[in-house]
Design a protein around this ligand. Structure first.
Ligand code: NAD
Length: 481
């Protein structure tokens, strides 16, 4: 079956007449086929979003919230089926596949509640009989562009705040995981989202993404993906509101007083969970020199226990595609050339599978300690103090997630204060966001927007300042006569 585009409440074929296939990265088998959208399809979808905008904007937010709650309920009913689809299409381990759907359920529920908040503020006026407040308005028809690694959750992180704030959207999912997007949009349709409010255009970054970014009638672009594409988008988007959630090179610091068993569990989960294909993956571990040997022994021992294979049965699923395998191989070769010591892994298996890999003797300036690999590769670095560990942790371009394992409250709070990142975990891995707290990074991980939490609505709203003068006379601010 060839899945269609969803434009103005109808499932339609692309004007390109072309389609592309989605494959299971674990088996190489074809899962389905979708439309190869193009600029004409984008134009139609934007037109539909513009036409639907006023009615949706004027729908009371609690009513919009009811629709979001309906979406959450339908996702819950379909969690098993969708979780399996996530694993089949993206490759992650099955409980993580279901976790992807759970995250979407959580954010739709959470944002439904925003329909009864969307808080502005009231404040004083410098003049008598004058009232001052702010209100939130939707930013306007918005473009949502998402990656493949959380194929249900990340679209949900964008769709739910965009919709609760009263925006209509054009949604372009990653080409690696279009079927998850189709299923999610079917659920939005079933939940009763009005025609034109949500439009889905599948297709490539250049044929669909670029026309969206350049379209004059889309008022905002919310993008999650690589730094390379993020930079391109910020150049092309002109004066649109742009939200950029980009990559990471996230460190776990393990201090000499840490609970090492716990730290090892965190390093395994952070480094190899989702086969390292998370923006928050712990691709660096910075260990205090006094406990390095003990930590390494345990880390390697636990890594050996991980099973690699189809995510339906194994701990470590496949990488998403050949490019990802090549990229991982490139960095492993680079690490060896730069003098790091390969302790375990480093081997590609048949298909898109890769053994969990650990390097030691890594220097902070090596490519494997600086650049996002997005595969199951962990670089272990050594530090002799908390200060040095924090300096190494901060010594990269990215600033998404960070973690410290210590039993010392003062060290923990020093790290919370000094780590340059959007997230810091204490005695937990770099992974584990909850939807009622904001998510996002500093430095080159993005442009400062935050998703989820109460901050999550900022990206999709404008603040209007309102003055109501009930004095019956012209009053001038700043003491002007
Ligand atoms: P990607 O940048 O290759 O693609 C992301 C999306 O952008 C896809 O839908 C793609 O088709 C589209 N795209 C590609 N070229 C485009 C263009 N010229 N104009 C407009 N759109 C275009 O990223 P990916 O490989 O899908 O995802 C992996 C990256 O995403 C990693 O760097 C990861 O760290 C990052 N990521 C970040 C977060 C976060 O919240 N910070 C979360 C998940 C993933």
């Amino acid at each position: 079956m060839v899945h269609k585009l969803f434009i103005d409440g109808e499932w339609v074929e692309s004007t390109s007449g072309k389609t592309f296939k989605s494959f299971n990265p674990a088996t190489g088998k074809k899962l389905g086929e979708v439309q190869s959208g193009n600029k004409k399809d984008v134009d139609k979808a934007v037109k539909a979003a513009c036409n639907a905008f006023d009615e949706w904007r004027l729908t009371p937010p609690p009513e919009r919230g009811d629709v979001l709650l309906e979406v959450a309920g339908l996702l819950e009913e379909n969690k098993q089926r969708l979780g399996e689809l996530v694993t089949r299409e993206m490759g992650k381990q099955i409980s993580e596949g279901k976790g992807d759907v759970q995250e979407a359920i959580d954010i739709f529920k959470y944002m439904a509640g925003e329909g009864r908040r969307l808080l502005g503020h009231t404040t004083t006026s410098e003049l008598e009989n004058k009232f001052a407040m702010t209100v939130k308005r939707p930013v306007g028809p918005s473009g949502l562009i998402t990656p493949w690694n959380f194929p249900i959750a990340i679209p949900a992180w964008k769709l739910s705040p965009a919709l609760i704030c009263g925006n209509s959207v054009v949604f372009k999912p990653a080409s690696g995981t279009p079927l998850c997007a189709v299923e999610l949009v079917k659920i939005l349709e079933e939940a009763g989202v009005s025609s034109g409010v949500v439009n889905l255009v599948t297709g490539s970054g250049s044929n669909v993404g670029t026309p969206m970014v350049e379209h004059p009638d889309l008022k905002s672009i919310s993008f999650t993906g690589s730094r390379k594409v993020g930079k391109l988008i910020s150049r092309k988007a002109g004066l649109k509101n742009v939200g950029l959630e980009l990559g990471g090179k996230n460190p776990i610091i393990v201090m000499d007083d840490a609970n090492l068993d716990l730290a090892v569990e965190g390093a395994i989960w952070g480094g190899f969970g989702t086969t390292g294909q998370r923006c928050t993956a712990a691709s660096r571990v910075i260990v205090h020199e006094d406990v390095e040997q003990e930590f390494m022994d345990k880390f390697v021992e636990e890594t050996k226990k991980l099973s690699v294979g189809n995510g339906m049965e194994c701990d470590i699923g496949p990488l998403i595609n050949e490019d990802a395998v090549e990229k991982t191989e490139y960095y492993i070769q680079k690490g060896k050339e730069e003098g790091a010591e390969l302790v375990i892994g480093g081997e590609k298996r048949e298909g898109l599978f890769f053994d969990p890999t650990i390097f030691t003797n890594v220097e902070p300036n090596m490519a494997i300690a600086q650049e996002e690999i997005f595969g199951p590769v962990v670089s272990v670095l050594t530090a002799s103090s908390l200060e040095e560990a924090i300096e190494i942790a901060n010594g990269v371009d990215y600033g998404l997630s960070t973690s410290i394992y210590t039993e010392n409250v003062s060290k923990a709070f020093n790290a919370i204060r000094d780590l340059d990142a959007g997230l810091t975990y204490v005695n937990s891995s770099t992974i584990g966001s909850e939807v009622h707290l904001p998510f996002g990074g500093v430095k080159k991980t993005g442009n400062g927007t935050r998703e989820a939490g109460i901050e999550g609505v900022e990206e999709f709203t404008e603040t209007k300042t309102v003055y109501v003068d009930y004095s019956g006379q012209l009053q001038k601010a700043q003491g002007i006569d």
